[in-house]
Write a protein that binds this ligand. Sequence first.
Ligand code: NDP
Length: 353
Amino acid sequence: MVTSRAIIYSNYGDPLSEIKVHQYTISDPVDDEVLLQSVAAPINPSDLIQIAGIYPSRPPMDTSLGTKEPSAVAGNEGLFKIIKVGSKVKDFKIGDWCIPLHVNTGTWRTYSKTAEDQLIKIPKNYVSMAQATTVSVNGCTALQLLTTLTDVKPGEWVIQNGSNSVVGKFVIQIAKKMGIKTLNVVRNRPNIEELKKKLYDLGATKVITEDENTSPEFESTIKEWTKGSIIKLGLNCIGGDSATGVVSKVSPEGVFVTYGAMILGPVKIPIHKLTFENVKCVGYWVTENAKKDINGKIKSVHEALKLMHDGVIGDIDVEEKVVHLDNLTDEEFLQIYKNAFTDSKKLKQLVVY
Ligand code: NDP
């Protein structure tokens, strides 16, 4: 038996105000169950809008963990270590690393228990902790965005905004391996040259700022760069003017995909992109894809892991918030997550146990 500490919420609203800590005991695993100790969990943008109540996929709120009010454990992605196994467990042993097969499992807790068929095994030391922790959402997404929506061929271009995100950096690296050129849009900042260098080092073909993305005058420079080829795919995870800038550069018969909305609000598409150029505007959601085709998700996880293992996708730039479980108070545990929420606006945060 272990005592687990979980980050829970009972109401939807500002994540910084709604999260609290709940302690509960977990009995030893029986039959096909395994007991998991958390190794690390990322803070993803969707985790925060899930707590805010504006994300369509949500875990159920109930009192099964002994909370006074119906509550849900937060977090959708994480890396775990098996610390005990039930007598009928076939595929896992103590010490194995694993990630959840599905979302909404409530990954932000110190210990948890589940059936072995709810997990994907990660071979130990195959990839880094940060890579294993982020493969199932961001890794799968980058891979599926590039490979399932249209057939971008070597020499053709992909344009994306949010290029400094974890997904964006995965896209750059996978595209490079596929021989696809990338036009990457990032927000301007005082040290823009430093960021551009980082993305060029990952394999970006060109990096431009949001100002250049939305400037009609800059179109001719992009036409120079892409001369003789086409921008077949546009990836949008931001929205607003940034999205309009991206779709405007997608070539006739290309595909424009919206998969995120860092600026919440509608996406405006110039009419001629639809009427005269037949650009297809579609959405992408890794969660829905997994619901429809769980084997496809498992396959993508393994493919993304292999790309990480082979060095195609390098290690991830993250900031670690380390939880020292000894003598940790609930208040301190809560504060670590709150700090991670705030700092996730600057860099991907990993809460590491
Ligand atoms: P990260 O937390 O790594 O990065 C977020 C990025 O958003 C940063 O690069 C940041 O830019 C940028 N950003 C934030 N606010 C703004 C703004 N106002 N204007 C322009 N850029 C902004 O993100 P992830 O890699 O985890 O996720 C990236 C996106 O992909 C998110 O929108 C997420 O919801 C989406 N996503 C969608 C999935 C799906 O299935 N549909 C699955 C996985 C992710 P900067 O570098 O300048 O700070």
